[in-house]
Design a protein around this ligand. Structure first.
Ligand code: HEM
Length: 420
């Protein structure tokens, strides 16, 4: 045990201080919870001006997360999947869209976009994703030293999703800034000191909604072949999306698609930098190793720290009696280091197979809609980095995002021989 290791009673994952600790200490705390208190109760985080709720149960073992994800009738998403606090329902649905709904409404809305995210449909846009990856890496290749996060990992998924949605280039920076605010978990770099995080959050939502309404009006008048046109003009079971549903959709896709893939890319580069043997294995057989390497990056990075469920009735899991109304948080990164499932879980192994990680969520109706897209994005961006920047190495430590929800990296200095 290192000097900084916490005992099970010292662990407080609701404190801001906990999420500012180095990754190794956070991982060690979750290992302690898995071993000694796998279903652990915590008071809710204290947020000024909002009365604290009743607390929540942290689910840290892989088997329990699988069981809960498979049982959405008991473990509901409708009270909010992405907030610990009970937000007013309109706010929860606005920022979460169908991620914070149960079937049948969830299935109805998911169906509107799900066709666009199947492997067959993605084949059609593969050339566009590939072009974005080539251009982004080519754009930095002459520099020699860059911040990998701001110059590669964040613009890449943003440009892909903006391309799919048909967002004009001139608006893409704004979408990036506002989605950063919504997912920042109040990190001061994104929400300046003295600014009320709730106001910043709502302001970001309003700006994105404004952009969407403007673009939607254009698409209604002149349909094109982008995703937004499909959403605006779609008719599922005889119903059109309302303006508010449309805005929520857009926010969900823009937000869910950006920060997650960015985080996976940044962690991937950091872990390859720290494990040159793994980098060499992947570079020696890029196409052959990519499928397992991409899954290992998502397991190891676990970009989404947790999702929430709320009990619709009394129910027992692993001998623990839950009660109706209890909140549970599914800690995916913890499940992804569970040694009951993963041999040598702290080892980053680009050929790990099988790799039944829950980085995209557990099995069930909410399993990540963008998983196929994310896998392709990751495969392509690493291929381009290997091809165009073959000697890329870390030039400093990763700068950790202070958030309990996204396991982010804010900055990652890297260097390579510049091309002329
Ligand atoms: C490495 C990248 C990504 C990771 C780690 C990730 C992770 C997740 C997780 C953990 C969930 C929640 C599952 C649950 O509540 O059970 C989720 C849901 C979702 N993700 Fe992703 N995601 C990634 C990329 C993407 C991309 C690229 C998109 C779209 C462009 C996307 C769109 C969505 C949507 C729409 C949902 C809600 C699904 C539903 O409730 O039915 N994700 N993702």
């Amino acid at each position: 045990m290192s000097d900084n290791a916490l005992t099970v009673d010292q662990i407080d994952i609701s404190s801001r201080e906990f999420w500012g600790r180095p990754w190794a200490e956070r991982d060690a705390a979750f290992a302690t919870l898995r071993r000694e208190r796998p279903i652990a109760f915590f008071d809710e985080p204290v947020i000024e001006a909002i009365p604290p709720g009743p607390g929540y149960w942290a689910i840290t073992r892989h088997a329990d997360i699988i069981e809960i994800s498979r049982n959405p009738e008991v473990f509901s998403s409708a009270a909010g999947a992405v907030s610990i606090l009970d937000l007013p329902q309109e706010m929860s649905e606005f920022f979460g869209s169908f991620i914070s709904m149960d079937d049948p409404r969830h299935a109805h809305l998911r169906k509107i976009v799900s066709g666009t995210f199947t492997p067959r449909m993605l084949d059609k846009i593969l050339a566009d994703v590939e072009r974005v990856a080539i251009d982004i890496v080519a754009g930095v290749a002459g520099k020699g030293e860059i911040d990998l996060v701001t110059e590669v990992a964040s613009p890449f998924p943003l440009l892909v999703i903006c391309d799919m949605m048909g967002i004009p280039e001139s608006q893409q920076q704004m979408v990036l800034e506002q989605s950063n605010i919504i997912l920042s978990g109040a990190d001061p770099e994104f929400i300046p000191e003295g600014t009320d995080p709730v106001a910043a959050f709502l302001g970001a939502g309003a700006l994105l909604e404004g952009l969407l309404n403007e673009l939607a009006a254009n698409r209604r008048a002149e349909p094109t072949d982008d995703l937004l046109s499909a959403l605006v003009n779609t008719d599922v079971d005889g119903e059109r999306l309302t303006q508010q549903e449309l805005a929520s959709f857009f926010i969900l896709l823009a937000v869910a698609g950006n920060e997650t893939t960015r985080t996976a890319t940044s962690h991937g580069v950091a872990h390859l930098g720290a494990n040159p043997d793994q980098r060499a294995i992947w570079m020696a057989d890029v196409d052959g190793v990519t499928p397992t390497a991409v899954e290992e990056i998502v397991r190891y990075a676990s970009p989404v720290v947790w999702m929430r469920r709320t009990l619709t009735r009394d129910h027992v899991v692993s001998g623990h009696q839950f009660h109706e109304g209890d909140k549970v948080l599914l800690f995916y990164g913890s499940a992804n280091r569970d040694d009951a499932v993963f041999a040598d879980p702290d080892r980053f192994d680009v050929r790990r197979d099988p790799n039944p990680h829950v980085g995209f969520g557990g099995p069930g109706p909410h399993f990540c809609l963008g998983a196929h897209l994310a896998r392709r994005e990751l495969g392509l961006i690493f291929r381009e980095m290997f091809r165009q920047l073959p000697d890329l190495e870390l030039a400093g430590p990763p700068d950790q995002l202070h958030s309990s929800f996204i396991n982010g990296i804010k900055h990652l200095p890297v260097r390579f021989t510049p091309t002329t």
